[in-house]
Write a new protein. Structure first.
Lengths: 116, 113
């Protein structure tokens, strides 16, 4: 079962506009959420994270929003730049303790293309 | 500062063979996790080790095993390779055993023929 889902395989935006990447989850035990960016031939790079006690976290051009009741999070990139073109993964981490300790569950990824 | 380093970067093996992948975490990080990423999917959790103890195991067969050494480096071993084991194997390190911001290496691309 896919506990973390990114339903949009790809997204194309114009440089300078906003990019919005979405992610849904089903497991209520998830309490920490992360976004990673991945270029070809490289490992995922951490972008931004949010704890379940918050509904928004901002870092420069990147903002993550969390809607716990809807089990939905989104990553906003404003303004988008051509260098942002990459695959974006959302990931979720469960409450501490038990056999799930430390495990990240990833979505399938969304390919973002930012056109100049 | 060196990031997470993995070796080798690419590997071709034959079905039925055994493979060992290696990972050195960021200096000061005591937790290492392994993930498998097949084409078109997100990384899937295989193992987590903290202070040389297994802390988590994903839904992978017993052909997959790992260990962590006193210097916190780690090895992932896969026995009796299948074609379906072809994937990018990623290693991630964390400062503590709780996965908050995990830092990934560049991965080892394993091809089984």
């Amino acid at each position: 079962d896919q506990q973390v889902k990114q339903n949009s395989p790809s997204l194309s935006v114009q440089e300078g506009r906003i990019s919005i990447l979405n992610c849904d989850y089903t497991n209520s035990m998830f309490d920490y959420f992360l976004w990673y960016k991945k270029y070809p031939a490289e490992g995922p790079t951490f972008l931004i994270s949010i704890s379940s006690i918050k509904d928004k976290n901002e870092d420069g051009r990147f903002t993550v929003f969390l809607n716990k009741s809807a089990k939905h999070l989104s990553l906003h990139i404003v303004p988008s730049q051509p260098g942002d073109s990459a695959v974006y993964f959302c990931a979720a981490s469960p409450n501490a303790g038990g056999t799930s300790y430390g495990k990240l569950t990833f979505g399938q990824g969304t390919i973002l293309t930012v056109h100049p | 500062d060196a990031g997470v380093t993995q070796s080798p970067t690419h590997l071709i093996k034959t079905r039925g063979q055994h493979v060992t992948l290696r990972c050195s975490p960021i200096s000061g990080h005591k937790s290492v996790s392994w993930y498998q990423q097949v084409l078109g999917q997100g990384p899937q959790f295989i193992f987590q080790y903290y202070e040389k103890e297994e802390r988590g195991r994903g839904n992978f067969p017993d052909r997959f095993s790992a260990r962590q050494f006193p210097n916190y480096s780690s090895e992932l071993n896969v026995n009796a390779l299948l074609l379906g084991d072809s994937a990018l194997y990623l290693c991630a390190s964390n400062q503590r055993d709780r996965s908050t911001e995990a830092f990934f290496g560049q991965g080892t691309r394993l091809t089984v023929v």
